[in-house]
Design a protein around this ligand. Structure first.
Ligand code: NAD
Length: 459
């Protein structure tokens, strides 16, 4: 497998991929390792994860450089991801002990009967992951999985393989047995082979299209499956907002990580009373974003990670919109420079008959529509198969909450967007996925309850 730098197109390294035989062999070893790991006292497992946390913190600058080199995330944003991941690790370390504790739910007065709920690990889990935030989406899965006694076969995306190998190295050096966390290297075919194996659960982060394939492959085995998929996240800007604050927040929400966030702002509906002022501010904010070498600390927009396929996808969405009458206020095409750069693009005069307003874009392109009322905004926001996040910007909390309650999404934002908290459940509905990571729900996801009915013999 070739790893290339998307900022230049240059080959970085070639790495051997896993094969069906090597994956099957790693599963045999993972099964054995899982039994021993589950028997290891929780305090020792937590010690390993604390040491992992220390290593990530110590190596942050070097890990950030690797991430930026292989997937093009601007260096300041790679550093942000690595620093913020520590908060997630702390959350899991703090909350896991209580979640693993067995609960006695009944003890009869004479002590003859006890009912108890125990929490057991699922076993060996396959984790097929995405590249856009490898540390966030990876740790959401493998940290609570390992803490609760599971073994993990972790397939990083082919676009963030070097970061995946760094994660495996740091876990190993922190005392997690190598077979309890084994990296599986390769692209889609290797991922497909991994989920075909007789693992106990599959946790996937990626696109709806791949999620569907995995769901179909796993279905006959009736094992636990979680899917964290894409979105077409809408925002409504009401007529009572502070326009400058909304503009700054939404330009960042749409273009951070070069628009490649699962919860990036993907469509904006602006009340007609503030339309022109909002648009003037928004276009000028996006124009001020510095596009360039992702290793440069002043760069805000880097190259796309997915190279040619993603450039074609963005061009097709923009061309389709243009042909149907959209106005391109900014950008609209690939940049003429080495690497895989697409100009930050702002489209108006868009409608829901255009792909850019219905399909996930996952790049530096945003469509913005004028609306005349809250009702119209709500109808358009709800017009999607996705259900990841939605946001309302308004000074009136009651007005915003009334709209957000009517939206079928996993996350609702008032006056903020593109934000994830370890303390809150992260989940999508319909085409955005099944199941949940983060919060205590995201620990329970890796546990199976066992009901104990314990009856003392009569003496
Ligand atoms: P992708 O679906 O192309 O790939 C994801 C992973 O699946 C990769 O590791 C890939 O090698 C593997 N894969 C591809 N085909 C496979 C198959 N047939 N069987 C098994 N594995 C296969 O997605 P991506 O480009 O890596 O990530 C971008 C997508 O992920 C976007 O849609 C984004 O919104 C979504 N995402 C969602 C979340 C979330 O938390 N909801 C977080 C990050 C990214």
């Amino acid at each position: 497998m070739q790893v290339t730098n998307p900022a230049s197109g240059e080959l970085l390294v070639e790495i051997a991929e896993d094969t069906p035989a090597s994956i099957a062999e790693k599963l045999v070893q993972a099964r054995e390792a899982q039994r021993a790991w589950a028997r290891t006292p929780l305090e020792e497992r937590m010690g390993c994860i604390r040491r992992f946390r220390a290593r990530v913190e110590e190596r942050t600058p070097e890990l950030a450089r690797t991430l930026t080199t292989e997937m093009g995330k601007p260096i300041t944003q790679s550093l942000n991801e690595l620093r913020a991941v520590l908060d997630r690790l702390d959350f899991f370390l703090e909350r896991v002990p209580a979640e693993l504790e067995a609960e006695v739910v009944l003890r009869s007065k004479d002590g003859g009967l006890e009912e108890r709920i125990a929490h057991e690990p699922l076993g060996v889990i396959a984790n097929v992951s995405a590249w856009n935030y490898p540390y966030f989406v990876g740790t959401n899965v493998f940290i609570p999985a390992l803490l609760s006694g599971n073994a993990v076969m972790y397939k990083p995306s082919e676009l963030s393989t070097l970061s995946g190998l760094e994660i495996a190295r740091a876990l190993r050096e922190s005392g997690v047995p190598a077979d309890a966390f084994s990296p599986i290297i390769g692209g889609g075919e290797v991922g497909s082979e991994l989920v075909r194996q007789p693992v106990d659960a599959v946790f996937f982060t990626g696109s709806y299209a791949t999620g569907q394939k995995i769901a179909a492959a796993v279905a006959p085995r009736l094992i636990k499956l979680q899917l964290e998929l894409g979105g077409k996240d809408p925002v409504y800007v009401a007529d009572d907002v502070d326009i400058d604050v909304a503009v700054t927040s939404l330009a960042d929400g749409a273009f951070y990580n070069t628009g490649q966030s699962c919860c990036a702002v993907e469509r904006i509906y602006v009340h007609s009373a503030i339309w022109q002022r909002f648009m003037d501010g928004f276009v000028s904010a996006v124009r001020s974003f510095r596009v360039g070498d992702p290793m440069d600390e002043s760069t805000y927009i880097g190259p796309l990670a997915r190279q040619k396929a993603q450039i074609l996808h963005l061009s097709a969405q923009v061309d389709d919109a243009r042909a149907a009458g959209a106005s391109v206020l900014l950008g609209g095409e690939r940049l003429n420079r080495p690497g895989y750069f697409f100009a930050p693009t702002v489209l108006t005069e868009v409608t829901h008959s255009m792909r850019v307003m219905t399909e996930e874009t996952f790049g530096p392109v945003i469509g913005i529509m004028k609306v005349d009322s809250d009702e119209e905004a709500l109808r358009l926001m709800n017009d999607t198969e996705y259900g990841l996040t939605a946001a309302v910007y308004s000074t009136d909390r009651g007005r915003a909450e009334a709209i957000l309650r009517e939206l079928s999404v996993g996350t609702a934002y008032w006056n903020c967007c593109d934000r994830v908290s370890p303390r809150l459940p992260w989940s999508g509905r319909r085409h955005s996925g099944i199941g949940c990571t983060l919060s205590t729900y995201g620990i329970e996801a890796f546990l199976a309850p066992k009901a104990w009915h314990l009856k003392r013999p009569r003496s």
